[in-house]
Design a protein around this ligand. Structure first.
Ligand SMILES: [Zn+2]
Length: 287
C-alpha cells in the first residue's frame, strides 16, 4: 500500500528541500500519466481533483482508480481535494477515501475562513486526513476547474497567515504570493519577501498553486524557502489537448479511441516528468 497523507509527503519534502508535484486529474489518462511519470522517476506524487473534476469522474470511482493504479507502484501517493469549496465537500471526500483535503475559504473574511477551516480540520484530523488551507486570493487567468477568471488577486498577509495556522491547525498552507492559475500573460513576479516571512511565522510546509509557467529558477528558489507542494494543472491539459488535436488532424476517420489518446497520454508523461524534476523530488520515494 503506497497511499499516504499529504502531511507525510510534505513534512518529508520540506525537511529534504524538495517539493512534491500535485497533478490535477479528471480521467484515466491524466491519472495514469501522472503516476507513470512519478514511478519512472521514483518520486512521491499527489493526485488531485477539484470539485468539478470529482463531479465529472464520481468521487468513489476516482479514489478506487488511483488506489488500484498506485498500490502496485513502489512510490508514495497522496489523494487530494483541490480548492474544496465547503465543509460538506470536504466531508464527502473523507467518505470517498481521500488522504488530504483543501478547504479554500480565501474569498471569505479571515474570521469566517478560520471558523470554516477549523470545522474541516476537526473532521479530517479525526479520520487521519491532512488539511490544506488558503490565505490571500490566488489569481485565475482563465476559467478553469479551480474557478472563474479573476485577475483581482489579493496577496497573503503574513500576520494573517500566522493567525490562521495557529487558530486552525492546518497541515500546510497555500498563500497567494503573486502566483495565478492558468497561463500567465507575462512572467509572474513572485513575492519572495512575503514567502520568507510567511514561512518564518507559520513553520508549516507551504503550497504554491499555479505552477504552470513559473520559471524553473523561481520554483527552485521557492522550494529553498519552504514550498513543499507545487500544483500543476494547466500545463498537463494544454499538452494533452494540443497532442490530441494534432493526432485527430493526422488521422481523420480513426475510430480507435486508444490510438488517438495514447500519444496525448505519452505527452503528459513527458510533461509530468519535467515538472517532477523541477520540483527536485525525483529519487525521493521512500516506499
Ligand atoms: Zn489552485
Amino acid at each position: 500500500m503506497s497511499i499516504v497523507t499529504n502531511k507525510e509527503l510534505l513534512d518529508r519534502a520540506k525537511a529534504g528541500h524538495y517539493a512534491v508535484a500535485a497533478f490535477n486529474t479528471n480521467n484515466l489518462e491524466y491519472t495514469q500519466a501522472s503516476l507513470q511519470a512519478a514511478a519512472e522517476l521514483n518520486a512521491p506524487v499527489i493526485i488531485a481533483a477539484a470539485k468539478s473534476e470529482i463531479d465529472y469522474m464520481n468521487g468513489y470511482a476516482f479514489v478506487a482508480m488511483v488506489k488500484a493504479l498506485a498500490e502496485r507502484l513502489p512510490i508514495p501517493v497522496g489523494i487530494h481535494l483541490d480548492h474544496g469549496p465547503s465543509f460538506d465537500e470536504a466531508v464527502r471526500c473523507l467518505r470517498y477515501g481521500f488522504t488530504s483535503v483543501m478547504y479554500d475559504g480565501s474569498a471569505l473574511s479571515l474570521e469566517e475562513n478560520i471558523a470554516n477551516t477549523q470545522k474541516v480540520v476537526a473532521a479530517a484530523h479525526a479520520c487521519g486526513v491532512s488539511v490544506e488551507g488558503e490565505i490571500g486570493v490566488i489569481g485565475q487567468t482563465t476559467d478553469g476547474p479551480e474557478g472563474k477568471k479573476n485577475e483581482m488577486a489579493g496577496l497573503a498577509d503574513p500576520a494573517q497567515c500566522e493567525q490562521f495556522v495557529k487558530a486552525t491547525g492546518v497541515d500546510c498552507l497555500a498563500a497567494a504570493i503573486g502566483n495565478a492559475h492558468g497561463l500567465y500573460a507575462r512572467k509572474p513576479e513572485l513575492r519572495f519577501d512575503l514567502l520568507k516571512d510567511i514561512e518564518q511565522r507559520t513553520g508549516v510546509p507551504l503550497v504554491l498553486h499555479g505552477g504552470t509557467g513559473i520559471p524553473e529558477e523561481d520554483i527552485r528558489k521557492a522550494i529553498t524557502m519552504g514550498v513543499a507542494k507545487i500544483n500543476f494543472s494547466t500545463v498537463m491539459r494544454k499538452g494533452c489537448i494540443e497532442t490530441l488535436t494534432a493526432t485527430l488532424n493526422a488521422h481523420p476517420g480513426e475510430l480507435d479511441l486508444m490510438k488517438l489518446l495514447t500519444p496525448a497520454k505519452q505527452k503528459m508523461v513527458e510533461i509530468a516528468k519535467h515538472h517532477i524534476m523541477m520540483c527536485m523530488s525525483d529519487g525521493k520515494a521512500w516506499k
